[in-house]
Every structure is written in C-alpha cells, then in structure tokens.
Design a binder for this molecule. Structure first.
Ligand SMILES: NC(=O)c1ccc[n+]([C@@H]2O[C@H](COP(=O)([O-])OP(=O)(O)OC[C@H]3O[C@@H](n4cnc5c(N)ncnc54)[C@H](O)[C@@H]3O)[C@@H](O)[C@H]2O)c1
Length: 305
C-alpha cells in the first residue's frame, strides 16, 4: 500500500487496537503495534489471524502487522498513529506528549477514547493541529462507523484526510464538528442506557424485559431508520406532542445511577463475574457473542449485496 498515509501505527494491542490494526492490514497497509504488555504483543498476530479465519478472509494479512516493544520504534515512520490504550486521561495526555516528539512531524495523531473530550487529552500539545479523535466501535472490523472528532486546534484539512483514509479502508466516517464528551454515538447510546437502568431501579420491569422491549421494537428498525428520520416519518408535530408528555417523566439524573453503583459495589460486574443486571452462564455468554457476530456479518453481507 503506497500513498500519503500508508504507514500506520497503533498504540495498545487490546480489544480495539488489534481490531484497528486488522482493518488496515486487510486493506494492504503496513501496521506497527506497540503495547507495554509483552503478552498482548506476543498474541497479537494470532488473534488477528483467528478473526480473519472466522470471517472467511485470508489470514495472511496478519503478517502485515508488526508487534514492536518500543514506542519510539513503533511510531518513528508512521503517517498515522491510533491510540487505543486504557481509558485514562492521565495516560492519554502523557502518551500524546511523547507521540508528538516520537512520530514524524507530518503524522496524524488520533485517540480512540470512548468519551473523554479530545481537547482535554491534547491540552499540552504544541502540534495540536494534527491531533484529533477517531472513535471506532467494537469490533472495529465489523462495525462500520468511525467518528472523527475535531478539537478546536485540529486542522480541518487533516481531519478530512483522516476521514478519507478511513473511507478508503471501508469504514463509514462521521465528522464530529464540536468536541463534546461522548461525541455523538456514546451520548445517544448512554442516554438510552440511563433510562434503561432507571426503569429497572424504579421497578417498572426487570432487566431482561428492558432488553426484550428494545430488541423486539425500535431496535429492529434502528439500522435502517435513525431517530430523526423516524421523527420525520411520524411527523415533527406528533414528536412534539409525545415529548411534552414523556420528557418530564424520563430520568434526568446528572450523574451515574446509584443502582449501577450498587451493582459494582456488590461485585456484580456483568459477564466477567457471571452476574450484572442478570446472571450469565458461560454457555449463555458464548451464545450471545456468537449471535452478535452472526448478526453483524449478516448485516454487512446484506449491505454489500
Ligand atoms: N471496548 C470497546 O468497545 C471500545 C469501543 C470504542 C472505544 N474504546 C476505547 O478504546 C481504548 C482501548 O479500549 P480496549 O477495549 O481496547 O481496552 P483493552 O484493555 O482491551 O486494551 C488496552 C491495551 O492497552 C495496553 N496498555 C496499557 N498500558 C499501556 C501503556 N502504557 N502503553 C501502551 N499500551 C498500554 C494494555 O496492555 C491493553 O493491551 C479505550 O480508550 C476505550 O475506552 C473501547
């Protein structure tokens, strides 16, 4: 893969980082990946190759991914650096201060933070014009969207270069013009989760019922009918009437839910501890993951047809 943004570096070889590396490797890019954890680097190519086999793609693409144990060596020749390390502001700030010295002056620098404002991460940089957010979704090789987030110092031309690169490797870039916490996708998603938790906490229904209602109703339509398309479909006048009645009743707690805090305090951390909002056997977890993978594959196949 030749071209202006050919050489990719990824910092963090975890869930997101290995998937981001995979997307670029499949598209023919040379990718270097740094992680501070030796095991994450050792297993990197294996994990990518396994994904590719599961997807029915050529596992040979994993050979284009080079694990590198030194940050400087990983980014020294990069045209674009994607950070996919821990969701910790202190870590990310320090890393980008290093990256602006270690990566070439022309390199685009991007954080995959889920919700932290990019302005806060890039605060100390003197080359903030080339820094931005790129918020990928899990798994990065199956979910099309990548939000490209402009901070006040981001050069719009460089953000556009990033969007063009992402489109060229098959992603669906969405430009986020204003750097707000959670960007677009996670603000929408977590507005829904807040209300979902409140319904359970208030005893309206149990957690499984919340999920059944979403999956068997508007969840069915979401992939083809966005909320504002839907508002236009039913009419903005009906939407206004509904909002006048329902919005005052919807949870507007400004912080995290005490119910959620209680689950965490009780060690009910979800699938990894066998219980969160509900109990999960190992078989139930495996089945759900398999159903999700098959669903995402089927949606991509349907779109490509
Ligand atoms: N998991 C998701 O669904 C998802 C989706 C979108 C964005 N994100 C964001 O992407 C980022 C990565 O998330 P993840 O789920 O891949 O996490 P992860 O825990 O799977 O991976 C993080 C990786 O960073 C490595 N790491 C830790 N300290 C490091 C250091 N000092 N230098 C280099 N590497 C270091 C870890 O060894 C690990 O391999 C986070 O900011 C997260 O919020 C996650």
């Amino acid at each position: 893969m030749a071209g202006a943004l050919a050489r990719i570096a990824v910092v963090g070889a975890g869930l997101m980082g290995h998937g981001i590396a995979q997307v670029f490797a499949v598209a023919g890019h040379a990718v270097r990946v740094f992680d501070s954890n030796a095991e994450a680097l050792r297993s990197l190519r294996e994990r990518i190759a396994r994904n590719l086999v599961d997807l029915g793609q050529d596992a040979g693409a994993a050979d284009r991914v080079q694990p590198v144990a030194e940050l400087g060596e990983a980014v020294a020749q990069a045209d674009v650096v994607f950070e996919a390390g821990p969701e910790d502001l202190g870590f990310k700030r320090k890393l980008f201060e290093q990256l602006q010295l270690l990566a070439p002056a022309h390199a685009l620098l991007a954080s995959n933070t889920s919700v932290i404002p990019i302005t806060q991460i890039m605060q100390g940089l003197h080359t903030g014009h080339r820094a931005m957010g790129t918020h990928w979704w899990n798994p990065p090789f199956l979910v099309p969207l990548v939000e490209v987030i402009k901070a006040p110092h981001t050069d719009p031309a460089r953000a556009q270069q990033m969007a063009t690169l992402l489109a060229a490797v098959g992603k669906t870039p969405a430009m986020v013009e204003k750097d707000v916490a959670g960007f677009i996708g996670n603000r929408l998603q977590h507005a829904l989760w807040r209300e979902a938790i409140a319904l359970v906490a208030d005893g309206v229904c149990d957690a499984q019922t919340v999920d059944t209602v979403v999956k068997a109703s508007f969840g069915r339509r979401l992939a083809v009918l966005g909320p504002l398309e839907n508002a236009d479909l039913v009419g903005t006048d009906l939407t206004l009437a509904i909002h006048r009645t329902v919005l005052p009743a919807i949870d507007a707690t400004p912080g995290a839910s005490p119910y959620l805090q209680q689950l965490v305090d009780q060690g009910r951390l979800g699938m990894k501890t066998g219980e969160g909002f509900r109990r999960w056997t190992a078989d139930e977890q495996a089945l759900l993951r398999q159903r999700l993978l098959q669903h995402l594959l089927a949606m991509n196949a349907a779109e490509a047809a």
